[in-house]
Ligand binder design. Structure first.
Ligand code: SF4
Length: 164
């Protein structure tokens, strides 16, 4: 399956309740040849409005920090475990994660990244596939808000830059 075909499936997906309150499915974006895939938990309201991942304040902060260490956003694939926004941005329920996870697994199998970067709490549910290096970092929204986490986040991105 191509990424375009997968995206169409996500746009029309009704496998869990989340599509009902969403404006757009947010499959993720980036080159199919990306060596690095970044995985967050689920889209927020800015992402729901635009249909694009990590475009709100935290996304801009992430993009800026990646660029400071020589990682261009247009060279990485950015997505989330769950592809539709949740009411009041609550944490997705287990059954919603379970319903949505096959899309992420397909994305990983198509893109075959060298490294998967787990953004914050998304780490727990992201499937661990053989041959891929997994790196966990602080979620950019936490790094942006809490000064004590910011330096650690920057160190983690610096380490990531050395891997690729
Ligand atoms: S969150 Fe995932 S499983 Fe649920 S409707 Fe959206 S695409 Fe389908």
């Amino acid at each position: 399956m191509s990424i375009e075909e997968l995206n169409l499936q996500i746009y029309s997906c009704k496998k869990c309740r989340l599509w009902e309150g969403a404006k757009h499915g947010v499959p993720g974006e980036g080159p199919v040849s990306a060596q690095v895939m970044l995985v967050g938990q689920n889209p927020g309201s800015d992402e729901d409005e635009t249909g694009r991942p990590f475009v709100g304040r935290a996304g801009k902060y992430l993009t800026k920090t990646l660029a400071e260490y020589g990682i261009k956003r247009e060279n990485v694939f950015i997505t989330n475990i769950v592809k539709h926004v949740s009411p009041q941005n609550r944490k997705p329920f287990d059954d919603e994660v379970k319903a949505c996870l096959p899309y992420l697994i397909t994305q990983i199998n198509v893109i075959k990244p060298k490294v998967i970067v787990l953004l914050g709490a998304s780490a727990k549910e992201t499937p661990r596939l053989e041959g891929i290096e997994y790196v966990q970092v602080i979620h950019p929204s936490a790094a942006m808000r809490f000064t004590n986490m910011r330096e650690k986040f920057r160190q983690q991105i610096a380490e990531l830059a050395k891997l690729i």
